[in-house]
Design a protein around this ligand. Structure first.
Ligand SMILES: [Fe+2]
Ligand SMILES: [Fe+2]
Length: 294
């Protein structure tokens, strides 16, 4: 290992945290939508009124509501109908995805391809949704909440890229050259990971706990004090995304599987194969979701 590695990590960490003070606030419309969703008095019309203030967002919500991605068998022409039919959590995913993609537009870069980053996030989201639909009581865990957590799970990588771009490209190169997982390269080169960075983000942006927990603990679900099922779902979904060739680059090494993961989710070998097959059958849908939100 190069002697520069890790030795300067606490200094780098401090610099990064200082830089993050300049991080743009979480998109206001998302925060307001989350408030509306969390308020027991809110109706679909309240959410629709808020969303309709943004015509570009409105058109994306309506296009997605009518896409094969959600597979709704009737045509949806208004945001309020979209909210009623898709539900608050699905709309939260769409609004979050559209807003974050606006904040961090797709830029192609040899070492960190944002196009692939979003594809990875969407496939992880889709796999999370499939796991919950197949193996959980949807009254206990909403598949759309898992989808949203999947979309956001690696957000720390984007922030690394934005605020430590030169160093992070080195990390990506290091992972490629040494054929190790990016998570391990981050720890070796920078001394801290995108999940640790995610903790700062979750606090700064005051994210709801389902999203915050998935961001912070998706590589170590055993450390989560609550929402372990959700965090483990995203953890396994992340591995499915890697195994299906949707890493940040072609041969990106998959991060390790938590040994308790399949026990926590009660996934047998057959269940595991079933998720894999369903994911493969639905892969085109993830491209459709991506093409509409970007
Ligand atoms: Fe990750
Ligand atoms: Fe990931």
């Amino acid at each position: 290992m190069n002697s520069n590695m890790v030795s300067g990590s606490s200094e780098r960490y401090r610099q990064l945290v200082d830089n993050i003070d300049n991080l743009p606030p979480f998109p206001a419309i998302v925060n307001r939508l989350i408030e509306v969703i969390n308020s027991p008095e809110s109706s679909a019309d309240d959410a629709a009124k808020l969303l309709e203030k943004d015509p570009a967002l409105t058109s994306k919500i309506i296009r997605l509501a009518n896409s094969a991605f959600y597979g709704i068998p009737r045509s949806i022409s208004s945001v309020s109908t979209a909210v009623v039919i898709l539900g608050f959590n699905a709309v939260r995913s769409i609004v979050l995805s559209v807003s974050l993609m606006k904040m961090f537009p797709v830029i192609k870069n040899r070492a960190f391809d944002r196009d692939r980053f979003w594809k990875h996030s969407i496939v992880t989201a889709l796999a999370s949704r499939i796991i919950v639909r197949h193996f959980f009581n949807v009254r206990i865990m909403d598949p759309e909440s898992a989808f949203c957590a999947g979309i956001l799970h690696d957000i720390g990588k984007l922030i690394f890229c934005e605020y430590m771009s030169r160093e992070y490209l080195e990390v990506c190169e290091y992972a490629r050259e040494n054929k190790i997982a990016l998570l391990d390269a981050e720890k070796r080169v920078l001394g801290f990971s995108h999940a640790e960075l995610g903790k700062i983000l979750a606090e700064k942006w005051a994210l709801p706990s389902d999203l915050g927990h998935a961001i912070i603990y998706h590589h170590n679900p055993g450390d989560a004090h609550e929402l372990v099922d959700l965090v483990t779902t995203v953890h396994i979904a992340d591995l499915f995304a890697h195994e299906s060739g949707n890493g940040l680059w072609e041969e990106e090494v998959s991060p390790g599987e938590w040994e308790q993961a399949r026990t926590v989710l009660k996934l047998s070998e057959a269940d595991y194969r079933k998720v894999n097959e369903t994911l493969a059958q639905n892969m085109e849908k993830s491209s459709e979701f991506f093409s509409i939100i970007k």
